[in-house]
Design a protein. Structure first.
Length: 168
Protein backbone atom coordinates (compact mmCIF):
# COMPACT_ATOMS: atom_id res chain seq x y z
CA UNK A 1 0.00 0.00 0.00
CA UNK A 2 1.18 3.52 -0.69
CA UNK A 3 -0.64 4.83 2.37
CA UNK A 4 0.99 2.81 5.14
CA UNK A 5 -0.91 3.27 8.46
CA UNK A 6 -3.89 4.86 6.70
CA UNK A 7 -6.86 2.98 8.19
CA UNK A 8 -8.72 2.66 4.91
CA UNK A 9 -5.68 1.55 2.91
CA UNK A 10 -4.59 -0.91 5.59
CA UNK A 11 -8.04 -2.48 5.88
CA UNK A 12 -8.36 -2.83 2.08
CA UNK A 13 -4.91 -4.45 1.94
CA UNK A 14 -5.86 -6.88 4.72
CA UNK A 15 -9.10 -7.75 2.91
CA UNK A 16 -7.22 -8.41 -0.35
CA UNK A 17 -4.69 -10.62 1.42
CA UNK A 18 -7.48 -12.52 3.20
CA UNK A 19 -9.47 -13.09 -0.03
CA UNK A 20 -6.37 -14.31 -1.89
CA UNK A 21 -5.40 -16.54 1.06
CA UNK A 22 -8.86 -18.15 0.98
CA UNK A 23 -8.22 -18.96 -2.70
CA UNK A 24 -4.96 -20.69 -1.73
CA UNK A 25 -2.68 -17.80 -2.71
CA UNK A 26 -0.20 -17.10 0.06
CA UNK A 27 1.65 -13.79 0.42
CA UNK A 28 5.24 -13.66 -0.81
CA UNK A 29 6.92 -13.32 2.59
CA UNK A 30 10.33 -12.76 0.97
CA UNK A 31 9.17 -9.27 -0.06
CA UNK A 32 8.58 -8.38 3.59
CA UNK A 33 11.99 -9.77 4.54
CA UNK A 34 13.65 -7.58 1.88
CA UNK A 35 11.94 -4.47 3.24
CA UNK A 36 12.97 -5.26 6.79
CA UNK A 37 16.56 -6.00 5.86
CA UNK A 38 16.74 -2.78 3.85
CA UNK A 39 15.28 -0.93 6.85
CA UNK A 40 12.65 0.58 4.61
CA UNK A 41 10.05 -0.66 7.05
CA UNK A 42 10.22 -1.03 10.81
CA UNK A 43 7.26 -3.10 12.01
CA UNK A 44 5.45 -1.62 14.98
CA UNK A 45 6.92 1.86 14.65
CA UNK A 46 6.16 5.01 12.74
CA UNK A 47 8.66 6.80 10.55
CA UNK A 48 9.39 10.51 10.95
CA UNK A 49 7.03 11.12 8.04
CA UNK A 50 4.27 9.52 10.05
CA UNK A 51 4.68 11.41 13.31
CA UNK A 52 1.36 11.47 15.07
CA UNK A 53 -0.48 13.91 17.25
CA UNK A 54 -2.34 13.29 20.48
CA UNK A 55 -5.64 13.29 18.57
CA UNK A 56 -4.47 10.21 16.64
CA UNK A 57 -4.72 8.27 19.89
CA UNK A 58 -7.42 9.89 21.99
CA UNK A 59 -10.40 12.20 21.57
CA UNK A 60 -8.77 15.43 22.76
CA UNK A 61 -12.13 17.23 22.78
CA UNK A 62 -13.44 14.87 25.45
CA UNK A 63 -10.51 15.38 27.85
CA UNK A 64 -11.85 16.84 31.07
CA UNK A 65 -9.53 18.66 33.47
CA UNK A 66 -8.85 16.59 36.59
CA UNK A 67 -8.41 19.08 39.41
CA UNK A 68 -8.34 16.29 41.98
CA UNK A 69 -5.26 14.58 40.54
CA UNK A 70 -1.86 14.66 42.22
CA UNK A 71 -0.57 15.98 38.86
CA UNK A 72 -2.92 18.96 38.72
CA UNK A 73 -1.03 22.25 38.37
CA UNK A 74 2.36 20.60 38.92
CA UNK A 75 5.62 21.32 37.14
CA UNK A 76 6.56 18.29 35.07
CA UNK A 77 9.52 17.33 32.88
CA UNK A 78 9.02 14.63 30.24
CA UNK A 79 12.25 13.17 28.91
CA UNK A 80 13.33 10.24 26.72
CA UNK A 81 11.14 8.23 24.35
CA UNK A 82 7.90 6.56 25.39
CA UNK A 83 5.53 4.27 23.60
CA UNK A 84 1.94 5.43 23.19
CA UNK A 85 -0.46 2.48 23.42
CA UNK A 86 2.47 0.22 22.55
CA UNK A 87 3.51 2.21 19.47
CA UNK A 88 6.85 3.94 19.08
CA UNK A 89 6.00 7.46 18.04
CA UNK A 90 8.24 10.29 16.92
CA UNK A 91 8.28 13.10 19.50
CA UNK A 92 6.39 11.02 22.08
CA UNK A 93 7.52 13.45 24.79
CA UNK A 94 5.56 16.24 23.08
CA UNK A 95 2.39 14.12 22.97
CA UNK A 96 2.66 13.38 26.67
CA UNK A 97 3.32 17.04 27.49
CA UNK A 98 0.28 18.05 25.46
CA UNK A 99 -1.85 15.57 27.41
CA UNK A 100 -0.50 16.74 30.79
CA UNK A 101 -1.30 20.35 29.96
CA UNK A 102 -4.83 19.51 28.80
CA UNK A 103 -5.75 17.02 31.53
CA UNK A 104 -3.92 18.40 34.57
CA UNK A 105 -3.18 22.03 33.72
CA UNK A 106 0.44 21.06 34.28
CA UNK A 107 3.38 23.30 33.56
CA UNK A 108 5.72 21.28 31.37
CA UNK A 109 9.35 22.34 31.16
CA UNK A 110 12.47 20.92 29.58
CA UNK A 111 14.90 21.30 32.49
CA UNK A 112 14.83 19.77 35.95
CA UNK A 113 15.10 22.24 38.82
CA UNK A 114 14.07 22.60 42.43
CA UNK A 115 10.64 23.66 41.15
CA UNK A 116 10.11 20.36 39.31
CA UNK A 117 7.48 18.16 40.95
CA UNK A 118 7.56 15.16 38.60
CA UNK A 119 9.78 13.71 35.90
CA UNK A 120 8.35 11.26 33.40
CA UNK A 121 11.46 9.27 32.46
CA UNK A 122 11.15 7.15 29.33
CA UNK A 123 13.31 4.47 27.78
CA UNK A 124 16.99 4.67 28.60
CA UNK A 125 19.22 3.28 25.87
CA UNK A 126 21.81 0.63 26.75
CA UNK A 127 24.72 2.80 25.68
CA UNK A 128 23.42 5.94 27.40
CA UNK A 129 25.72 7.59 29.94
CA UNK A 130 23.67 7.76 33.14
CA UNK A 131 26.24 9.98 34.83
CA UNK A 132 25.25 12.96 32.67
CA UNK A 133 22.28 15.12 31.83
CA UNK A 134 18.82 14.82 33.30
CA UNK A 135 19.43 11.39 34.80
CA UNK A 136 22.39 12.78 36.74
CA UNK A 137 20.30 15.76 37.89
CA UNK A 138 17.59 13.40 39.19
CA UNK A 139 20.18 11.39 41.14
CA UNK A 140 21.71 14.54 42.65
CA UNK A 141 18.33 15.91 43.72
CA UNK A 142 17.18 12.60 45.21
CA UNK A 143 20.19 12.65 47.56
CA UNK A 144 18.60 15.60 49.37
CA UNK A 145 16.14 14.26 52.01
CA UNK A 146 13.94 17.35 51.52
CA UNK A 147 13.54 16.64 47.80
CA UNK A 148 9.96 15.85 46.83
CA UNK A 149 10.74 15.07 43.20
CA UNK A 150 8.94 11.96 41.97
CA UNK A 151 10.01 9.95 38.93
CA UNK A 152 7.38 8.22 36.82
CA UNK A 153 7.99 5.69 34.04
CA UNK A 154 6.38 4.03 31.01
CA UNK A 155 3.90 2.03 33.09
CA UNK A 156 2.65 5.27 34.67
CA UNK A 157 2.10 6.78 31.20
CA UNK A 158 0.23 3.64 30.17
CA UNK A 159 -2.11 3.88 33.18
CA UNK A 160 -2.63 7.61 32.68
CA UNK A 161 -3.63 7.29 29.02
CA UNK A 162 -5.63 4.04 29.21
CA UNK A 163 -8.83 5.75 30.37
CA UNK A 164 -8.64 8.13 27.38
CA UNK A 165 -8.10 5.47 24.71
CA UNK A 166 -10.16 5.89 21.54
CA UNK A 167 -12.58 3.10 20.76
CA UNK A 168 -12.26 2.48 17.02
Amino acid sequence: TDNHHDAGADSRMCAEIYMKYNKGIEPDWTIMDKYKSAKKMNAGTFSKKEELSLSDFIDVDSISVDKGSYLYGKTIVVTHAFTIFGKEVGKSEELIKDYLRRKYNAKTTSSISGKTDYVFLGKIEKNEDLSKGKYQKIQEMKKNPACKLKVLHQEDVDKMLEAEKKIW
